[in-house]
Design a protein around this ligand. Structure first.
Ligand code: AMP
Length: 229
């Protein structure tokens, strides 16, 4: 069976997936592949915030200096953003969250959105050693137009330095600079890692070894999404 959209059109209960993992763990790549496979939207709060910054909205103006320094954006703003996004029509069959929740408070906000019930959610905790995270983040390149990501050596674009999708020159994200990465990893350890204990008790949490080739990680995820064609 094709990987892409393997389950589109199949009658099934909504599928809701959360990724918990450090910056550089591969959440974005895997969440995009899984969302396509399941035929549901991928909701990336990082992408939404970067779009808000690019279009100069009030949310973008508030988020910009925080993100630029590797800090988290306030919980209430993120909870409102995700609440609005997940109640749209295209989420009726479910969604894959990428980068949310990032704090226990956000996880509680998310649980409230689904009447306190998270036991039928699938939560992936993706683990990657620190030196590999640093290698991935320092080599990551990003398309400011469509937000596609690449890696200089392990996932390069077809033509050096330009996006496969739209030909836009690729850049390094400001928050992938070394000094900001250190802060992001520290924020992850302090504020996001506690989610692993939170979800271990409340949901179907699966620990995934993210320090493997992309295809091997994805094969593992598919086994756990609990969807049959
Ligand atoms: P990401 O693209 O997921 O790596 O997110 C980039 C940055 O956006 C993070 O370092 C935070 O500053 C901000 N951000 C994204 N998602 C959240 C969230 N759920 N809570 C707070 N800040 C967030």
């Amino acid at each position: 069976m094709d990987d892409a959209s393997a389950h589109q059109g199949t009658a099934r209960p909504p599928v809701r997936v959360i990724f918990v993992g450090s910056p550089g763990a591969g959440k974005g790549t895997q969440a995009a592949k899984l969302a396509e496979y399941l035929g549901v939207p991928r909701i990336s709060t990082g992408d939404m915030l970067r779009e808000a910054i690019a279009s100069g909205t009030p949310l973008g103006k508030q988020a910009d200096p925080l993100m630029g320094r590797g800090n988290l954006v306030p919980d209430d703003l993120l909870i409102a953003l995700v609440r609005e996004r997940t109640t749209r029509e295209d989420c009726a069959q479910g969604f894959v969250l990428d980068g949310f929740p990032r704090t226990v408070r956000q996880a509680e906000g998310l649980a409230q959105m689904s009447d306190g019930e998270v036991s039928d959610w699938t939560v992936f905790s993706v683990e990657v050693p620190r030196e590999e995270l640093l290698r991935r983040l320092s080599g990551r390149r990003w398309c400011p137009r469509c937000q596609a990501t690449y890696h200089l050596t392990s996932d390069p674009p077809k033509v050096d330095g330009v996006c496969d999708n739209d030909g836009e020159p690729l850049v390094q994200r400001d928050d992938d600079r070394e000094e900001v990465v250190a802060r992001r990893l520290q924020q992850y350890a302090a504020r996001t890692e506690p989610l692993i204990g939170y979800y271990r008790e409340r949901a179907d949490m699966v620990e995934i070894d993210g320090n493997r080739p992309m295809a091997a990680v994805f094969a593992d995820l598919k086994k756990h999404v609990g969807v049959t064609a």
